[in-house]
Design a protein around this ligand. Structure first.
Ligand code: URA
Length: 236
């Protein structure tokens, strides 16, 4: 949420009420701003103003940041008609303003960062910022040294003009590798493995720009980021 902000928008977002209901509450004089009844929907309010509906304070909780261990079967979207979304796993107030800083496919597991701070997530998702994302990749075919080298140097993805940017790739066993990439093209890891005649069987994100998935979180669990984790995104 950006301040200054219209009164009706603030009450609707923080009170989680439809805008029509809010307008009617404001009209009836049920909303106060710093102790005074306000009937102007368009009044611009600041983050420090105290807004109440019928004496109940609506508190703006500020910028918030979470890491989630995404399980398979959940989509990285705010809403979906067919599947549960990662937001169904978060028990937090005012999630309407939140977004995902770098999506994962429905069948990919691992680290998902969720925030209401657009400037912060831009540091992660902007192609210009080149933050590394690290994946554990299980493959159908044996991973050859030649394929690893191609992944490091850059491969041609189907329908893309430019080769992928230099990446880090290390084999973990015959059918598993750790791959770090600094781009986020659609299905990038799956397409990179297809470009070296292999196929991704399982994909798991371990790390985004210096933030590692907390090993205490099992699939489906989440926690707020620490101050340190929030700050390393801006520092890197
Ligand atoms: N690359 C993919 O192919 N899928 C993901 O979910 C993330 C990166």
């Amino acid at each position: 949420m950006k301040f200054p902000c219209r009164l009706d928008k603030f009450v609707s977002n923080i009170g989680e009420l439809p805008r029509t209901k809010v307008k009617s509450l404001i009209k009836k004089g049920n909303v106060t701003v710093n102790g005074l009844v306000c009937k102007r929907n368009e009044l611009q309010i600041a983050a420090t103003d105290e807004i109440k509906i019928n004496d109940k304070i609506l508190k703006y909780l500020g910028k918030r940041y979470f890491m989630l261990h995404k399980p398979q079967g959940y989509v990285c979207a705010n809403q979906d008609d067919l599947h549960p979304t990662v937001f169904d796993l978060l028990d937090e107030p005012n999630l309407k303003d939140f977004h995902i800083a770098g999506r994962l496919d429905i069948d990919t597991t691992g680290l998902v960062l969720i925030t209401n701070d657009g400037d912060w997530s831009h540091q992660i998702t902007s192609p210009k910022k080149q933050k590394f994302k690290t994946y554990l990749v299980e493959t159908k075919e044996i991973i050859t040294e030649e394929a690893l080298q191609k992944l490091r140097d850059g491969v041609a993805l189907h329908n893309e003009k430019q080769l992928t940017r230099p990446a880090q790739a290390e084999a973990l066993d015959k059918y598993a590798l750790r791959l770090s990439i600094c781009e986020g093209k659609y299905h990038q890891v799956k397409r990179m493995l297809a470009a070296v005649d292999n196929h991704v069987v399982e994909l798991h994100r371990e790390k985004v720009g210096g933030i590692a998935l907390d090993s205490d979180l099992s699939a489906g669990q989440y926690r707020p980021l620490t101050e340190h984790e929030i700050s390393i995104i801006n520092a890197m």
